[in-house]
Each structure stands twice: as C-alpha cells, then as structure tokens.
Design a protein around this ligand. Sequence first.
Ligand code: NAX
Ligand code: ADP
Ligand code: MG
Length: 282
Amino acid sequence: MVINELKSDILHEVILRRPDDSHKGDFGRVLLIGGSMQYGGAILMAGQASVGAGAGLTTVATDKVNLTALHTRTPEAMFLDWEDDEQLLANIEKNDVIVIGPGLGTDQHALHLVKLVFKSVTDKHILVVDGSALTVMAENHLTFPRQAYTIATPHQMEWARLSGVQLNYQTEHQLNEVQRQILNLDVLVLKQHHTLIYAENELRQLMIGGAYQATGGMGDVLAGIIGGFVGQFKKNHLKATEAAVYAHSIIAQEMAAHSYVVKPSFIADSLSNYMSRIQSNL
Ligand SMILES: NC(=O)C1=CN([C@@H]2O[C@H](COP(=O)(O)OP(=O)(O)OC[C@H]3O[C@@H](n4cnc5c(N)ncnc54)[C@H](O)[C@@H]3O)[C@@H](O)[C@H]2O)[C@@H](O)CC1
Ligand SMILES: Nc1ncnc2c1ncn2[C@@H]1O[C@H](COP(=O)(O)OP(=O)(O)O)[C@@H](O)[C@H]1O
Ligand SMILES: [Mg+2]
C-alpha cells in the first residue's frame, strides 16, 4: 500500500475563517460519553478538547461524581448523568457527533452504554470510538454500527484486541486495512509514534510528534479534538480527522521546545490560539 505523508497543508485546507453570519448551532453539537469514577480525568480532558477545538455545543455524559470537576474545569460544557437512559437517548438524537470511550471503563454499565449508542446512532451521526469502548467491543465481540460515519482511534494494544492483528504484524498495512473494512470502519486512526490513518483509497502517516506525548490523557485529548473538528468542519470527515491528528501533534511538538513532557490539557487549551494563527495564515 502507498503511504502518503500527512502534511501541514491539511490544516489550511480544513481550518477556515468562520462566516460572520453564524451561531453556535452551525459549529457542531458534540456529545462525549465516558469517565468512570476511576478515569474521570479522561472525559474531562476530551470535553475540554472539544470545546477548545471550537465545537459549537459540547455535552459530557459521565458519572455524577465528575459533575463539579467538569463545571470547574470546563464550564462551557453541559453535563449529563450517564445513568439516565432517557436523557441519553434524547441527547444522542440531538447531537451530530458522539465520542464514546475516554475513561469509560469496561464494566457492565460501560457495555450497556456502548450498546445503547451503537443501536441509536443514525446516518446523520459521526461516531468516534476511543479507549475503553474499543476494549469493551473486543471483549464482547461487538462490531461498529453500519449506519453512522465511524472513526476509531485505537492505540496499538487496543487495535490488537479489537482486530486480532498483533503488534508485530501491524506493520503489514494490508492486514490493518482488511480489518478496517471488515469492522465497518470509515476511518481507522492507529495511534503510535508516527500514527497511521487508514480510509477508503487512502493511507496517511503523521511524521511529526514524539515521546514528549507519551503520557496518560494524550489520546483522550485527541478524541475530543477529532469530535470538535468533524462537528465543525463538515465538508469532509476524513480531512477533518486528519487535520485534528496533525494539529494535536504539531502543538505538542512546539510545546516540546520548552517542555520535557507535554501536558495533554495544555494542548486542549492552546488549540484555539493555534487555529487562529492558521486561519489568518500566519
Ligand atoms: N486521567 C485519566 O482518567 C486517564 C484515563 N485513561 C483511560 O484509561 C482507559 C484505559 O486506557 P489505557 O490506554 O491506559 O489502557 P490499555 O490497557 O488499553 O492499554 C495500555 C497499555 O497498552 C500498551 N501499549 C502498546 N502499544 C501502545 C501504544 N502505541 N500506545 C499506548 N499504549 C500501548 C502499553 O503497555 C500500555 O500500558 C481508557 O478509557 C483511557 O481513556 C488513560 O487515558 C490515562 C489517563
Ligand atoms: N512516542 C510517541 N511519539 C509520538 N506520539 C506519541 C508517542 N507516544 C504517544 N503518542 C501519541 O499520544 C497519544 C496517546 O494515545 P493513548 O495511548 O490513547 O493515550 P490515553 O488513552 O492515555 O489518552 C496518541 O495520539 C499517540 O500517537
Ligand atoms: Mg486512549
């Protein structure tokens, strides 16, 4: 398979100046589901990243224990109790993008939520599946729903669990591509040093980023940025995903000039500033 490098021009192609005559409803409604008691930080970071990426409206469905922390860190985001199925169903319908998985955990409630989302999404939705949701799928032999546009963001271990392609075989790109198709995925973001993005007729590789990103929460922030980008830049979901992947790492790379390790939440917070530089072509 031919691998094309993912380059900075993707940012200029995707991140456009907002029309003056617009409102929050024009820039995507993103619902993020995750954050057990143990992993609350993951969904907080993903929510913060969705807001930072410019999603018009961000809602976080999580364990009640995370309510105060969410509103303290990211008051722009709305809260939803993840035990309230009725509210969840109403919100799935209302939102354009559903991000499920950051800090979700793998217990029975996590499985219930994954099943609820998979059966409720329609062809109007973009679904981003990350973290624990991928492990829950693997453990319960679930496949992605056909009806939604689906993007999965596994790291190599999560991909091995889900696809059966073990780490030492993941360099065989054709194997990953076949699994992407079998699993009904529109886009596979296979995260690693030099992340690969598999999609119909296309394989792209990120050639920036580094070990300063190897810290918990880095993927949670990426899931939130992807949610914010696909919700907002609606013309091409694949390109919006690629731009999110590139922006996430170029910001980390810039921060690494003066940070040994880059804090994921710092990327979420500086994203908007970076995007403003891109749209002004600075
Ligand atoms: N502050 C928080 O609340 C955090 C919550 N997290 C959540 O914790 C849950 C479990 O995710 P984890 O990823 O920790 O656990 P997993 O058990 O799914 O995988 C982690 C292990 O996979 C292995 N691995 C192999 N290749 C890898 C690669 N390329 N990238 C990363 N790991 C690779 C590593 O040995 C690593 O310890 C997820 O729902 C995640 O969102 C994590 O994001 C960490 C931070
Ligand atoms: N050495 C590295 N070089 C480049 N990128 C890295 C490196 N280590 C981790 N990353 C990036 O950081 C993110 C980690 O995602 P993930 O493992 O899901 O983290 P978490 O679940 O803790 O949030 C991915 O985007 C991955 O590509
Ligand atoms: Mg992760």
